[in-house]
Design a protein around this ligand. Structure first.
Ligand SMILES: [Zn+2]
Length: 252
């Protein structure tokens, strides 16, 4: 409570009254924060261009225990990703990233790991728009993991045998994303090659750049299995298709 200073990424803004803005941010120290920025839509606002989506800012806000909305006192741009918005691929990926964070972050609960993942992915994607598929899968696996929706990838979901790097048999993945060993696998499961397994289980150990490199070096089949698995798990967790994915599909 009181004055909070933290790094933040602006996720969304809404108009409020004549001159104000409501801003939704993912912050480093306070998780998802929704605040009012008084006068932010005036031509000579003290906030300048800092409260635009995808901007990394140093945010100062005032929080009252009884209010859900905080009051934004100040915002300084650390890095603007305005240029990336002009690139259709980067923009689509950024919108999806923000949706994932908005859906999976718990309100008013600090989640430094989720913030750092978002900051790293926005930065990497803005500079490498062609890596949009890799960044989408990477951020899906990360958010699922942090929100507790990623199944255990270290052992068989039936018998519990270790399926990590030392496992010699074939691995399979069920429609629900549960891993099965060679013995426990059932009809309808998908074989999961070593390459795809490594990609699925290594997001926590690698940053987006390194992971995207591994992803682009992997075979088509592996990339497809990883992307499909990550998306299917997101759909299951949300109990629907992500909105930005649905929107981009209808545009096509
Ligand atoms: Zn088993």
């Amino acid at each position: 409570m009181g004055i909070v200073e933290t790094q933040a990424i602006v996720l969304q803004t809404y108009k409020l009254a004549d001159a104000d803005k409501i801003v939704l941010c993912m912050t480093e120290r306070a998780g998802l924060v929704r605040g009012v920025a008084r006068g932010a839509r005036r031509l000579k606002s003290k906030f300048g261009a800092s409260l635009e989506p995808f901007t990394l800012i140093q945010l100062t806000f005032f929080e009252k225990e009884t209010r859900e909305l905080v009051t934004i006192r100040g915002a300084e741009i650390i890095k603007s990703y305005f240029d990336a918005i002009g690139n259709a691929q980067a923009f689509g990926g950024l919108v999806y990233l923000l949706e994932l964070v908005k859906e999976f972050a718990l309100p008013n609960q600090a989640d430094e790991k989720l913030f750092k993942m978002l900051r790293a992915c926005v930065d990497f994607l803005a500079r490498n728009p062609l890596e949009v598929n890799a960044v989408s899968a990477y951020s899906e696996l990360w958010t699922l993991k942090l929100a507790g929706f990623l199944p255990d990838l270290k052992s068989c979901g039936v018998c519990g045998i270790r399926l990590d790097d030392s496992y010699q048999g074939r691995r399979f993945i069920s429609h629900e994303g549960v891993l099965w060993c060679d013995t426990c696998t059932k009809a309808g499961s998908q074989p999961l090659g070593g390459e795809a397994y490594l990609l699925l289980s290594s997001t926590r150990r690698t940053g987006p750049k390194e992971w995207a490199e591994q992803f682009s070096e992997a075979g088509v089949e592996s990339r497809l299995v990883v992307s499909e698995t990550a998306r299917r798990l997101v759909r299951r967790a949300l109990e629907r298709e992500p909105r930005s994915v649905r929107a981009s599909a209808t545009q096509r």
